[in-house]
Write a protein that binds this ligand. Structure first.
Ligand SMILES: NC(=O)c1ccc[n+]([C@@H]2O[C@H](COP(=O)([O-])OP(=O)(O)OC[C@H]3O[C@@H](n4cnc5c(N)ncnc54)[C@H](OP(=O)(O)O)[C@@H]3O)[C@@H](O)[C@H]2O)c1
Length: 241
């Protein structure tokens, strides 16, 4: 275990469930200091209880990422904890329907959850990273953010993820001179709570596993020295559903 790497403080959004939760568990095992956030204090506390062996290294901050004031408050609380060297922008949701049936609320909530918080968080946290000449922003995108033509009834989700790709690509260029790394992960379907409320007949047990994806994200976080893993597509060997 590389001590220097594992003294890092990492912020994970959407840590109460699915990928964020699994990643938090995986990063604990490698000794990282974590700030875990989501709206549900209760679910975050349950996770911390499960990870009681690591509790000194885990900080919980509840935050609704659709609320700018909440994000500002999250930022202020993290400053009191320490320098956040890596942010995994993971929180997100999908609402799938044909364009004529999609409500404006469904459109707005996907943009406001899957895209806007990544901008607001980067805006707040990048200053210290630039000053320290180190940092890493990791965006959990989706194959939907790369191959929109493959997904019907998904215009808002695909739009939010394509915009997130553009945001990350442009930001990467902007931050190169400051040694701040930017990575995007594009997973196929993963068996998480994301699918609980979605009416599709995909075989959940055939989806990618949270644990396998977490290994890939860990590998991205641990890219050594001045190397950065910029884009990773992770799909089932059998391809998308
Ligand atoms: N599952 C898949 O097949 C799949 C595939 C490709 C990409 N992804 C992407 O992976 C990311 C994580 O998805 P998942 O599958 O792990 O879904 P999930 O199990 O439903 O988890 C979503 C997380 O986002 C948080 N969240 C949602 N709205 C929020 C808000 N307004 N403020 C703060 N936190 C909020 C939720 O926490 P609270 O409810 O506690 O707030 C939860 O922790 C998403 O960006 C998704 O688009 C998923």
């Amino acid at each position: 275990m590389n001590k220097e790497l594992n003294d890092k403080l990492i912020l994970i959004t959407g840590a109460s469930s699915g990928i964020g939760r699994g990643l938090a568990k995986r990063l604990c095992r490698n000794g990282y200091n974590l700030i875990l956030t989501s709206r549900s204090n209760e679910k975050l506390s349950q996770l911390k209880d499960e990870l009681s062996d690591f509790s000194e290294k885990i900080h919980l901050i509840a935050c609704d990422l659709t609320n700018s004031d909440d994000i500002e408050n999250l930022y202020k609380k993290t400053v009191a904890i320490g320098f956040v060297e890596c942010i995994v922008s993971n929180a997100g949701l999908g609402r799938f329907s044909s364009i004529d049936k999609m409500s404006v609320d469904d459109w707005d909530i996907q943009i406001n959850t899957n895209l806007r918080p990544s901008f607001l968080l980067a805006k707040l946290f990048v200053g210290q990273m630039k000053k320290n000449k180190t940092g890493h922003l990791i965006f959990i995108n989706s194959v939907a953010g790369k191959y929109g033509h493959s997904f019907s009834n998904s215009t808002a989700y695909v739009s939010s993820k394509y915009a997130l790709k553009g945001f990350a690509d442009s930001l990467r260029t902007e931050l190169r001179d400051y040694s701040v790394k930017v990575s995007s992960i594009y997973p196929g379907a993963i068996d998480t709570e994301f699918w609980d409320a979605i009416n599709v007949d995909f075989a959940r047990h055939e989806m990618l596993s949270i644990d396998d994806l977490s290994e890939t994200i860990l590998h991205v976080i641990e890219a050594p020295n001045s190397s950065v893993i910029e884009d990773v597509v992770v799909r089932r060997t059998a391809g998308d559903f």
